[in-house]
Design a protein around this ligand. Structure first.
Ligand code: CP3
Length: 352
C-alpha cells in the first residue's frame, strides 16, 4: 500500500483542475548546479552508474526535494537509457555529452534493434521508481519520463549530440521509410517503458521532444508528432485509482501547440520563446501548460528574477491549468540560492 499523497497540486493542475496556488518543479532540478549532486557523482564515478544504480538515482532525485519546496520530483535518469538497452553502447565522456559506440546507420542496423523488456534490460529504472516512491513517502508526486521517438532517434542515428542533424535528416530525405521503421519501433518501446514506470509508481509522465523544433512544420507532423501521438495513445491512463497525466514538450514547438494538443495529451511543455498568453489562446482551456521562464533568468539579481517569474505567472492568467517550470533545463552554473528565490516567488504568488 503506497502512502497517501500529501501534495497533489501538480496532478490537479496537469488535469486543469483548480488549485489554491500554482505548482512548481524545474527541468533538470537534480543536477550539477547542486553541490550535493556533484558530491554524489564524484562518489559514483560517472553519470551512467548514477542512472543504473537505483539507490543513487533515488538519492539524487530527492536532493532538490529536500532542499527546495518543489511540488514534484522527477525520476533521475536519462532519455538515452532506452537506446542503451537496445545495445547501442552508450557512453558519457566527461564534458563531451553522450556517445553511442554502435550508432544506427543502415536498414540492417534497424533490423537488429530489439524492443527492450523494461522488467529486464531497464529493471534498474523500474526499481529506482519504486524506491523513490517509497522514500518520497507521499510528499510530492513522482514524474517519470522518456524521450520522444524523434529526439531519441536523433541520438541513435547521429551517434551523439549534433548541431546540424545531418545524418538523420539525410536518412529522412533518402530513405524515409527506414526512418519511419525506426521511429515506429521507438514508439512501441517507449510505450512499454513509460507504462512500466507507471506500474512501478510514476504518477505523471513527460515526453521530452528536445529536437522536434529542428524540423519543418510538415516534417514535424510526419516524423515527430505522429509518434508522440502513438506513445500518448498507448499510455496507461489510470493507476492507484487516479488519472496519470502526461506532458508533451517539444522545444521550439511554440507555433504547433494546437496540433500537439490535438494528439490528446493532458499538458504541453512550452519553452520561453512563446508567451503563455499566446499559448493559451492557441490551445483553449482544455489542456494544461507547463513552463516557461527563460532558464537564464536564474542568473539575474534576485529582484529581477522575481519580476521575471511574476511575468510568467501573470502571462498565463488566473485560470486553472498552469504548472510553473523553466522553458528548458537548469544549467550547471546556476546558484542554488536563486532557485530558492524562484520557488519562493511562485509559492507566494496570489493573483489579484
Ligand atoms: O530533469 C531532471 O532533473 C531529471 C533528469 C534528466 C536528465 N536528463 C539527467 C541528466 C532528464 C529529464 C534528462 C533528459 C534528457 N537527456 C534530455 C531531454 C531534456 C533536455 O534537456 O532537453 C536529453 C536531450 C538528454 C540527453 C543528455 N543527457 C545530454 C545531451 C547530456 C549531456 C549534456 C549535459 O548536460 O551534460 C546528458 C547528461 C545528463 N542527463 C546530465 C544530467 C543530470 C548531466 C550528467 C553529469 O554530467 O552529471
Amino acid at each position: 500500500m503506497k502512502p497517501a499523497l500529501k501534495n497533489d497540486l501538480l496532478l490537479r493542475a496537469l488535469l486543469c483542475e483548480p488549485t489554491p496556488r500554482r505548482p512548481i518543479w524545474l527541468m533538470r532540478q537534480a543536477g550539477r548546479y547542486l553541490p550535493e549532486y556533484r558530491a554524489t557523482r564524484a562518489r559514483a564515478g560517472d553519470f551512467l552508474t548514477m542512472c543504473t544504480t537505483p539507490q543513487i538515482a533515488c538519492e539524487v532525485t530527492l536532493q532538490p526535494i529536500d532542499r527546495f519546496a518543489l511540488d514534484a520530483a522527477i525520476l533521475f535518469s536519462d532519455i538515452l537509457t532506452l537506446p542503451h538497452a537496445m545495445n547501442l553502447g552508450l557512453q558519457f565522456e566527461a564534458g563531451e555529452g553522450p556517445r553511442f559506440e554502435r550508432p544506427v546507420r543502415s536498414a540492417a542496423d534497424i533490423d537488429r534493434l530489439p524492443i527492450p523488456d523494461p522488467g529486464r534490460e531497464l529493471k534498474y529504472v523500474v526499481d529506482a521508481v519504486a524506491l523513490i516512491r517509497r522514500e518520497l513517502a507521499g510528499r510530492v508526486p513522482l514524474i517519470g519520463f522518456a524521450g520522444s521517438p524523434w529526439t531519441v532517434g536523433t541520438y541513435m542515428v547521429e551517434g551523439g549530440g549534433s548541431k546540424t542533424f545531418g545524418r538523420i535528416k539525410r536518412l529522412m530525405y533518402e530513405a524515409p521509410r527506414e526512418l519511419h521503421r525506426l521511429l515506429g519501433l521507438l514508439a512501441r518501446a517507449t510505450v512499454l517503458y513509460l507504462n512500466a514506470q507507471i506500474e512501478a509508481g510514476a504518477q505523471a509522465v513527460m515526453l521530452f521532444d528536445t529536437w522536434g523544433g529542428v524540423l519543418t512544420p510538415a516534417q514535424y507532423e510526419e516524423f515527430s508528432l505522429r509518434y508522440l501521438g502513438e506513445v500518448v495513445a498507448g499510455l496507461t491512463r489510470e493507476a492507484e485509482g487516479r488519472r496519470v497525466p502526461n506532458i508533451v514538450f517539444t522545444k521550439g514547438g511554440g507555433a504547433w501547440l494546437d496540433r500537439i494538443a490535438a494528439i490528446g495529451c493532458d499538458a504541453l511543455g512550452v519553452d520561453w520563446t512563446t508567451d503563455l498568453r499566446d499559448a493559451r489562446r492557441a490551445v483553449g482551456a482544455g489542456v494544461a501548460l507547463q513552463g516557461n521562464l527563460d532558464p537564464s533568468a536564474l542568473f539575474a539579481p534576485p529582484e529581477v528574477l522575481r519580476a521575471e517569474a511574476l511575468k510568467v505567472l501573470d502571462s498565463h492568467g488566473p485560470g486553472p491549468g498552469h504548472v510553473f517550470n523553466l522553458g528548458h533545463g537548469i544549467t550547471p552554473d546556476v546558484d542554488p540560492e536563486r532557485v530558492a528565490v524562484l520557488v519562493d516567488t511562485v509559492r507566494g504568488y496570489a493573483p489579484g
